[in-house]
Design a protein around this ligand. Structure first.
Ligand code: NAP
Length: 247
């Protein structure tokens, strides 16, 4: 028996990285999983693997920078499965622009994709969860949502906002819907690779107790905890999954 048998879970940004690992784990635990992203080929590959392993999934192509994003993901989920029990707001982008030169558009893109789209999709699913008397929303922030990293001004701002959004949503959606967040440290994904190579990673690794980068599967296992009654007395919390940065 799986921990998510009979549940429907939307995991945004699940065509790669930690979202994809979470999709695989949730499907293994019995959830019907909704994969989202912009890349249809990678989305199809995730669905194919889940189905080959005996699970159930669909994908929805939707760009989180567009105002139609939340409605599209919600409508396709309801059309396919008729309900939703878990939402993981994981889709995100990282602009490398610094304070002195970042443009309004670059700044607003990070904010919209990383935060606004999560709010808009949560607004759609919350009434469904409330009507059925329960649900779990998991927001993916970052350790740069707790303390700034040099550069990445829009990303740092967006992840601080995601921390605030998580607490605000927990307040307004309790007691039916639990809202928690995950603050990943440096996790081996395409996004991390976009920041640089060994010269960038090593200083990050040096700041961790565990002296290594994290794996997407190590975010997925915490997401599973937050998606089930295993976390029944946890609400409005941001869990750092970072190997012990600056401890
Ligand atoms: N890796 C890290 O070290 C780290 C640390 C802290 C926080 N995080 C956060 O973790 C989350 C997942 O990132 P990741 O590291 O797993 O990176 P990733 O492998 O690059 O995955 C990012 C996912 O977000 C989707 N996405 C990006 N822009 C999108 C858009 N405009 N519309 C719809 N989907 C979009 C991508 O799908 P498509 O390409 O198909 O659009 C992809 O599935 C992000 O919120 C990120 O900020 C990552």
């Amino acid at each position: 028996m799986g921990k998510l048998d009979g549940k429907v879970a939307i995991i945004t940004g699940s065509t790669s990285g930690m979202g994809r690992e979470t999709a695989y784990l949730f499907a293994k635990e019995g959830a019907k999983v909704v994969i989202t992203g912009r890349n249809a080929e990678r989305a199809q590959a995730v669905v194919d693997k889940i189905k080959a392993d005996g699970g159930e999934a669909i994908y929805v192509i939707a760009d989180a920078s567009e105002s139609t994003y939340a409605q599209t993901v919600f409508d396709k989920t309801m059309e396919a499965y008729g309900t939703v029990d878990v939402l993981m707001n994981n889709a995100g982008m990282l602009s490398l622009a610094q304070f002195a030169t970042i443009t309004e558009k670059e700044f607003m893109d990070d904010i919209y994709i990383n935060v606004t789209s999560a709010l808009m999709l949560s607004q759609k699913v919350a009434p469904v969860m409330k009507a059925k008397g329960g649900g779990h929303i998991i927001n993916v922030a970052s350790i740069v949502g707790w303390a700034a990293h040099w550069g990445f001004v829009a990303y740092v701002t967006s992840k601080h906002a995601m921390v605030g959004l998580t607490k605000a949503m927990a307040n307004e959606l309790a007691p039916d819907i639990h809202v928690n967040g995950i603050c990943p440290g440096a996790i081996k994904t395409a996004m991390l690779a976009s920041v640089g190579g060994e010269d960038v990673f090593q200083p990050m690794i040096d700041r961790t107790c565990l002296h290594r980068l994290g794996e997407g599967s190590e975010i997925a296992s915490v997401a599973l905890f937050l998606a089930t009654t295993d976390s029944s007395f946890v609400d409005g919390q941001l869990i750092r999954v970072d190997g012990g940065v600056d401890v």
